[in-house]
Design a protein around this ligand. Structure first.
Ligand code: ADP
Ligand code: MG
Length: 599
């Protein structure tokens, strides 16, 4: 293959490396793209120590000639583009000729390749961008590139690498993306010698099952819409697959994975109001349109594209997804089936498994009544348990500075009112207080779980009558392993149950009205999202848990429950602020009210 070549020194390569190679996963991405461009149908990816020690990608593609092997590591050497007009219809994934040169400048490379049926290939060693050795080697057709000690010569950059576990997860996600885009190709990923994915060529749905978990296949609607010249194929996930963190939105445009917020939001909008803020549905979509309608040349990492007519594409995707969802809900025989019940899980109401519980706690979902999940006896009642009256009086004192302790016992049930399913009003001697019910419950659960996590104690837990198996993707599983000890302190009990799956045997008492599997995945998402924060792990998990388990806005509460909630709130160390730092209580004094009424 002829190559275009512009010579450059290894210093400018190293600068260029910053754009292409940010972390081990970006190396994996570039190497897989090259294998796909070389028409391989089998790609093996091996990593060690999250790719920090070693990344090896082996394919059975076209291979390279001796001279091309040498040229491949020069900057701007590419065999994939022959003239400028080609830019409008790029069919290969790579076309800049930057990747191998950049990777070579910041690592130690061993490349082996053979481009014929005779078992005669070449082996090239490159060290920090400098060719070390080139020799003949016996191998079958294909290419194998090994990248060792990434960033060994750029210590500043090396410091930015995350833990092996985090880098591992980035790599799993990278391989997953390619695997979803090309189910016809065999992929095999191993990490430290252990199999992560073994993916034989298969149908897309089967591929989905293998790279995520069986749950994914059970909760999909198929989409296929055509409006020439556009075609949209793929799957939309049902409510069960909604996550609290974006990242499981896959859009392939002419076979190339694209990240495009606008197109993502076109799908979200088809889900309508049933998608809460901070909720992200799963989708895997393949958009086909004329190559000249899309420019892939806008970003070196090549995950962004520019559509010639963005608005038209947006509308097309939105129409298709909306239609598909409507069709799906329409097909359901139930008379008053609406979209709400579609997204909330399909045909039958979810059955709540019976529990083996000692004390019966009045927790039910909001359709079953208006009870809220406040246990009768708080597990962490303070030893010097005063009455609620007493505490409110202290609260008043602390905010007014007044020493008026003659307040009458106002804190009876009948002094609690709920407004809009969100706020609790109650009377105190100097006026009224308004409590944000969700913020208050979050504070209570946060304090309680933090105590459980920090002390050896563990929280009240409910044994499940029917343990629930939860299978997850390898990357989610690796996060789960990090937080299992904490989850156990919160009252979960689980054990490993086959590859990448656990059996949940008990859940915290606070949680009993929720879907246990879903809750664990959501805690994982929240924990993942908070990994950037420098809080101790126990705080992150306590927060994730409290946010999951706290009463929702819109749930009604009985006066007794409001009283109990308020009671528990004032037992926490800081009743005034939620763990996220938002106010929990607002006080309106009588004098303020009088002033407003111009008295
Ligand atoms: P680009 O992919 O943009 O052309 P790269 O730096 O990624 O640039 O690769 C440089 C060249 O090396 C490619 O154009 C291709 O000719 C050759 N090459 C790289 N990897 C492989 C492979 N796995 N099989 C065959 N040829 C390869
Ligand atoms: Mg490339």
């Amino acid at each position: 293959m002829p190559k275009i070549q512009i010579m450059s020194d290894s210093l400018s390569n190293r600068i260029a490396a910053g754009e292409v190679v940010q972390r081990p996963a970006s190396v994996v991405k570039e190497l897989i793209e090259n294998s796909l461009d070389a028409d391989a149908n089998e790609i093996i990816i091996q990593i060690e120590d999250g790719g920090r020690e070693l990344i090896r990608v082996t394919d059975n593609g076209s291979g390279m000639e001796r001279d091309d092997l040498l040229l491949a590591f020069e900057q701007h050497a590419t065999s994939k583009l022959f003239d400028i007009e080609d830019l409008t219809s790029i069919k290969t994934l790579g076309f800049r000729g930057e990747a191998l040169a950049s990777i070579a400048s910041v690592s130690r490379i061993e490349a082996r390749t053979c481009n014929n049926e005779r078992p005669e290939g070449f082996r090239l060693l490159i060290n920090g961008g400098k060719v070390d050795r080139l020799e003949g080697v016996a191998m079958k057709r294909g290419t194998s590139i090994t990248v060792r000690n990434l960033f060994f010569n750029t210590p500043a950059r090396k410091k930015f690498l995350k833990s092996a576990n985090s880098e591992y997860r980035y790599i799993v996600e990278t391989v997953r993306r390619f695997a979803l885009g090309r189910p016809d190709i065999r992929f095999h990923l191993t990490a430290d010698g252990r199999d992560v994915f073994i993916l034989p060529p298969s149908e897309l749905k089967e591929r989905l099952r293998q790279v995520f978990s069986p749950r994914y296949c059970e909760n999909l609607i198929t989409i296929h819409e055509e409006e020439p010249p556009f075609v949209l194929n793929g799957f939309l996930g049902l409510r069960e697959l909604i996550r609290r963190k974006s990242g499981e939105q896959y859009l392939f445009v002419n076979g190339r994975l694209v990240s495009d917020r606008m197109m993502n939001s076109s799908v979200y909008s088809a889900f309508g109001t049933d998608l809460d803020k901070g909720e992200f549905p799963f989708f895997l979509l393949f958009l086909t349109l004329p190559p000249e309608d899309v420019d892939v040349n806008v970003h070196p990492a090549k995950t962004e594209v520019k559509f010639r007519n963005e608005w038209q594409v947006y509308q097309f995707i939105r129409r298709c997804t909306e239609l598909t969802i409507r069709d799906f809900t329409g097909k359901i025989p139930a008379s008053n089936m609406d979209f709400q019940s579609f997204v909330s899980g399909g045909l039958a109401p979810r059955s709540v498994p019976p529990r083996l519980d000692g004390e019966q706690i009045t927790l039910t979902s909001k359709t079953d009544g208006d009870k809220i999940p406040i246990p009768d006896k708080p597990p962490f009642s303070s030893p010097e348990s005063f009455s609620l009256d007493e505490r409110i009086r202290q609260f008043e004192k602390s905010i007014t500075g007044s020493s008026d302790s003659s307040a009458s016992p106002l804190m009876t049930e009948k002094n609690f009112w709920q407004a809009h399913g969100k706020y609790i009003f109650t009377q105190i001697s100097s006026g009224v207080v308004v409590i944000d019910q969700r913020a208050a419950h979050t504070r209570i659960l946060y304090d309680r779980s933090l105590k459980a996590l920090q002390h050896a104690s563990s929280s009240a837990s409910q044994q499940l009558l029917f343990p629930v198996a939860l299978e997850m993707s390898p990357d989610d599983f690796s996060i789960l392993l990090e937080i299992v000890p904490s989850l156990e302190k919160l009252g979960f009990s689980m054990r490993e149950f086959g590859k990448n799956s656990v059996l949940i045997e008990a859940v915290p008492a606070d949680l009993q009205w929720l879907d246990e599997g879903q809750v664990i995945l959501q805690i994982l998402d929240d924990y993942k999202a908070s990994m950037r924060l420098h809080n101790p792990v126990s705080e992150k998990i306590a927060l994730a848990y409290a946010e999951r388990a706290a009463i929702r806005r819109g749930e009604s509460m009985t006066p007794a429950e409001m009283q109990r909630l308020t009671d528990e709130l004032f037992q926490t160390e800081n009743p005034y602020l939620s763990p996220q730092g938002k106010p929990v209580i607002i006080r309106l004094t009588l004098s303020e009210l009088d002033r407003r009424f111009e008295k």
